[in-house]
Design a protein around this ligand. Structure first.
Ligand code: SF4
Ligand code: SF4
Length: 80
């Protein structure tokens, strides 16, 4: 049986590079699920329990994050 077609953008939770994040808050405002917040060090964090996998915060054309700190973890994605 053929593998089902899986849209990576709807099956991966983005990751934030803490070294790159400047705490600008753009992703916090853009997240439709309201699940990105700035932690006590003003670094963006995703609450994975509420992430809707929409992929907006990790958009790359153009990058939503001016520091290009948010990426989909393509290296961990596997077809199933
Ligand atoms: S948009 Fe980028 S730099 Fe701004 S808070 Fe989010 S992860 Fe940090
Ligand atoms: S993928 Fe969508 S719901 Fe999840 S943190 Fe990013 S913007 Fe929010």
């Amino acid at each position: 049986m053929a593998n089902p077609i899986v849209n990576p953008a709807t099956s991966m939770i983005p990751e934030i590079d803490r070294e790159k994040c400047t705490g600008c808050g753009i992703c916090v405002k853009a997240c439709p699920g309201k699940c990105i917040y700035l932690d006590s060090e003003d670094i963006a964090v995703i609450d994975i329990d509420y992430c809707e996998n929409c992929g907006i915060c990790a958009w790359e054309r153009p990058h939503l994050c001016p520091e290009e700190a948010i990426k989909l973890p393509w290296d961990k994605w596997q077809r199933f």
